[in-house]
Design a protein around this ligand. Structure first.
Ligand SMILES: [Zn+2]
Ligand SMILES: [Zn+2]
Length: 321
C-alpha cells in the first residue's frame, strides 16, 4: 500500500505539471505501474536516449550498446548491452520518461547476436517481471528464440520460487516474451511509427541488422555493428540522426595484423565513416560503440572530421537527442 501511495503522489505531481520534481529521483525505490501513456507523453516529440555506448571491452564509463527511441509514451530499445537497464532507470528519472522504467519498456530490437548487444536481455525481462503490465516484445535475427529459451531455463528458479511462495504475483506470465525472428524489411508499425530492419556488413556475422525508425517528427538510423555499408548509406540519406559505430583509425593501427584484418571486415574506421556521412548528409552524426584501443576518445571525432564537415558528436551514456 505504501508503494501505491507513493506512486499516487508521483502521478499527481505529474498531473499538476510539476516536471521539475518528477525529474528528480525519488527518495527511495518506487514500484511504478501505469494504465498507459499520459496525455503529455502522447503529445511529446520523439526523443532518442543513449543507454549504452560501449563495446565488448570493459569500460568504467560506458554500458554495452543500447539506444532508446521514445515515441508516444512507449520506449523502443535497440540492443540491450550490459548495464543498459540500469541506465534506463537513471534516464527515467533524469529526463522524466515513465516508459523507460524497466518493467514499462515495451519492445526491444536486437541488431545481431553478439553479447555486447544482448547481455542485459535477461536483466530487462526479469526486472520486476511480476508487475509488468503486458508482455515484452523482442525482435532480432535468428538466435533470438534460442537465447530466450536459454534465459528462461536460467531464470526458472526465480519464477518457481516467486510463484510458489507467499509473494503476490499480479502477472504470473510477466516474464514471458513475445519473440519475433526478423528478416530484412519493415518489422514494426504503430500509428506514425515505422521500424525497418536492413542488413548491414558485420563481416561473417549474418544477418546483422541496422534499423531505420521514422515517426511523424523524426527519422533515425542506428547502424548496429557494421563495416562500411552501401545499404546503410542509402537508408541514412538525409536522415535527422545517424547513430553509427566507429573504430579509431589510429587505434586500429595498434592491433595485430590478424585483428586489423578482422576489424576492417567488421567495423567502420572513423575516416571511412566520415566519407559515408559526407554522402548521407544526416542532420546529426552520433558516434557510439567506439573502439579506441588506448587512443584518447576525442581523437575519433577528429578522425571523422578529416573526411566530413557536418555536425558530429561522440555520444556518452545518458545523452538525449
Ligand atoms: Zn558490438
Ligand atoms: Zn558485433
Amino acid at each position: 500500500m505504501l508503494f501505491v501511495a507513493i506512486f499516487s503522489s508521483l502521478v499527481s505531481a505529474c498531473d499538476s505539471g510539476n516536471k521539475e520534481s518528477m525529474a528528480k529521483p525519488p527518495a527511495s525505490a518506487v514500484v511504478e505501474t501505469r494504465d498507459g501513456p499520459s496525455k503529455d507523453e502522447l503529445a511529446a516529440a520523439t526523443q532518442v536516449v543513449i543507454l549504452g555506448t560501449g563495446t565488448p571491452i570493459p569500460d568504467a564509463n560506458r554500458a554495452g550498446a543500447s539506444i532508446a527511441v521514445i515515441h508516444k509514451g512507449q520506449a523502443y530499445v535497440f540492443d540491450i548491452g550490459a548495464g543498459a537497464v540500469r541506465n534506463a532507470t537513471r534516464a527515467r528519472y533524469r529526463y522524466d520518461i515513465p516508459s523507460l522504467y524497466p518493467s514499462q519498456i515495451c519492445c526491444v530490437f536486437v541488431t545481431h547476436m553478439h553479447g555486447d548487444h544482448t547481455m542485459d536481455y535477461s536483466e530487462l525481462v526479469y526486472t520486476l517481471w511480476w508487475r509488468r503490465p503486458g508482455q515484452l516484445q523482442a525482435f532480432g535475427p535468428p538466435g533470438m528464440r534460442e537465447m530466450t529459451s536459454g534465459m528462461t531455463a536460467m531464470m526458472a528458479p526465480d519464477v518457481r520460487t516467486r510463484t510458489s511462495s507467499a509473494q503476490p504475483v499480479p502477472n504470473p506470465e510477466g516474464y514471458k516474451v513475445s519473440v519475433s525472428e526478423i528478416e530484412d524489411g519493415f518489422v514494426f508499425e504503430k500509428g506514425d511509427l515505422r521500424i525497418e530492419a536492413f542488413e548491414v556488413n558485420h563481416g561473417d556475422i549474418r544477418p546483422a541488422f541496422g534499423y531505420r525508425i521514422t515517426t511523424g517528427d523524426k527519422s533515425i538510423v542506428i547502424s548496429g555493428d557494421t563495416a562500411y555499408s552501401d545499404r546503410l548509406l542509402e537508408m541514412a540519406r538525409g536522415v535527422d540522426i545517424l547513430i553509427h559505430e566507429v573504430i579509431s583509425d589510429s587505434g586500429l593501427a595498434k592491433n595485430s595484423p590478424g585483428f586489423q584484418a578482422y576489424h576492417r571486415k567488421s567495423h567502420t574506421p572513423a575516416s571511412e565513416l566520415g566519407r559515408l556521412a559526407s554522402e548521407a548528409r544526416p542532420g546529426l552524426l552520433v558516434l557510439y560503440h567506439g573502439l579506441y584501443y588506448g587512443v584518447p576518445e576525442n581523437i575519433i571525432v577528429d578522425e571523422v572530421r578529416s573526411t566530413y564537415d557536418g555536425p558530429v558528436v561522440l555520444a556518452n551514456d545518458l545523452d538525449i537527442f
